[in-house]
Ligand binder design. Structure first.
Ligand SMILES: [Ca+2]
Ligand SMILES: [Ca+2]
Length: 422
């Protein structure tokens, strides 16, 4: 069992073009990097005779990947938040108690699914507002997960298949702890099929390497029907960088609903699952409707939390540079929070009619301060943040728009609905 999992892990790394750590630098972090030693050949068959002159074949840590940016929107960077809009007052109305509900998703039939980060169960708020006493799925039990160290790992993101009404597929992501250290060792993206109101037939569609901090916490279906998977990475410049294309750390991955490389990602065969790079921990993302442009937060190391316009093939800087940069091949954030660390987490694009003042805004939650904010960004100038307005304090984890146009969100102990009024 363990060997099979490790094999799947290694195959994934190899298929992403993984190679060894830098030849010139001591590997201070050690063992977890060692298993990814391999040859860096796959996409460069014709360069074998001239490769000695190029740094790439031997020192991938220092290699600068060739970006193939597709998005052409211009980003206008700010060093402080834009002014708030004049919006009506909002309040949070508690609809359920929950134990660290770090992922929320709304079924097309009006049920709300939530994950319990360390408890490892998927739970359901029924249409009548009650919480189903039975879990929809027990992910921890299925995969033998038991958390003893409560860092950045657990059961979080949930996504309904765009065709859920017919195929009943629901996707979740969980980290799995290393049995010795207790810290996250890998992330499993699992597809369930709903039968008789419960999650059945779990199947791992993708296994990603994970670490103590900054892993995968969200799964988002894009307007193109592909699954977008932020995979964070806490590293340093000395080690293999998150912006090198030889691994899946520090990337937004874009895969098919079965976890395969779709064949039309911006870096081609060189990094077949990578859509964008250079993000330490975006946590979540949300698309402009019908677009390949998305908005996401970024959790910097010390300060330099950011709000970014995500475009395919762009490099958002980490770990080479955090915050606003003049390095031309890197893409600066729309907003660099500077010394502040509000810790952006869940984000949605609000398209409903229940709160007219919020229509067309991105709603983003912050884990450390600010709560839920409405981000005003014009579609015609998607790289410019025009307004940031605080709505309620209680949203510190995730949020979702429900089919009736409500916004439902969570903090560490409860789930709430957004309501007009103070
Ligand atoms: Ca950045
Ligand atoms: Ca989310």
């Amino acid at each position: 069992m363990k060997a099979a999992l490790l094999a799947a892990f290694a195959v994934l790394l190899l298929s992403a073009g993984c190679s060894g750590s830098s030849s010139g630098e001591p590997d201070a972090v050690g063992s977890s990097e060692a298993m990814s030693t391999s040859t860096p050949v796959e996409t460069e068959p014709s360069t074998s005779t001239s490769s000695e002159a190029e740094p790439e074949p031997t020192t991938t840590a220092a290699a600068v990947p060739t970006p193939i940016p597709r998005g052409t929107a211009r980003v206008t960077s700010r060093r402080s938040p834009p002014p708030p809009e004049r919006l009506p007052a909002f309040r949070a109305v508690k609809i359920a108690d929950a134990n660290y509900p770090s992922g929320l998703a709304a079924a097309p039939d009006g049920r709300i699914f939530f994950s319990e980060l360390w408890g490892g169960q998927i739970r359901v708020i029924r249409r009548d507002g009650s919480v189903d006493p039975q879990p929809w799925a027990d992910v921890n039990a299925k995969y033998g997960i038991r958390w003893t160290e409560f860092f950045h790992g657990g059961l979080s993101g949930i996504a309904f298949d765009p065709d859920f009404s017919r195929n009943r597929f629901v996707y979740v992501v969980t980290q799995v702890p290393d049995r010795k250290t207790g810290f996250a060792e890998k992330s499993l993206i699992v597809r369930y099929k709903e039968r008789n109101g419960r999650g059945a037939s779990p199947r791992v569609i993708l296994t990603l390497p994970a670490k103590k901090f900054d892993n995968t916490y969200s799964l988002v279906f894009g307007p193109d029907g592909m699954l977008y998977v932020p995979n964070g990475f806490l590293g340093t410049r000395r080690l293999r960088g998150a912006d090198a294309l030889d691994d899946v750390f520090g990337k937004i991955l874009r895969v098919t609903p079965t976890g395969e490389a779709p064949g039309d990602n911006p870096y081609g065969r060189r990094a077949p699952r990578v859509w964008a790079s250079g993000l330490k921990n975006a946590f979540d993302l949300a698309f402009f409707p019908g677009s390949d442009l998305a908005v996401a937060g970024e959790n910097g190391t010390v300060g330099h939390d950011e709000i970014n316009l995500l475009m395919p093939g762009h490099d958002y800087g980490y770990p080479r540079h955090e915050g606003i940069t003049r390095i031309r091949r890197l893409t600066s954030p729309m907003l660099d929070f500077g010394s502040r660390s509000p810790a952006p987490v869940g984000i949605v694009y609000y398209s409903g009619r229940r709160y007219p003042g919020l229509r067309g805004r991105f709603l983003m939650c912050m884990n450390d301060e600010l709560g839920m904010v409405a981000l005003r960004i014009r579609r015609s100038d998607p790289g410019r943040l025009l307004g940031m307005t605080s709505l309620v304090d209680e949203c510190t984890l995730d949020l979702v728009q429900t089919p009736d146009g409500s916004v439902v969100f969570s903090d560490a102990g409860a789930i709430y609905r957004l309501e007009l009024g103070s």
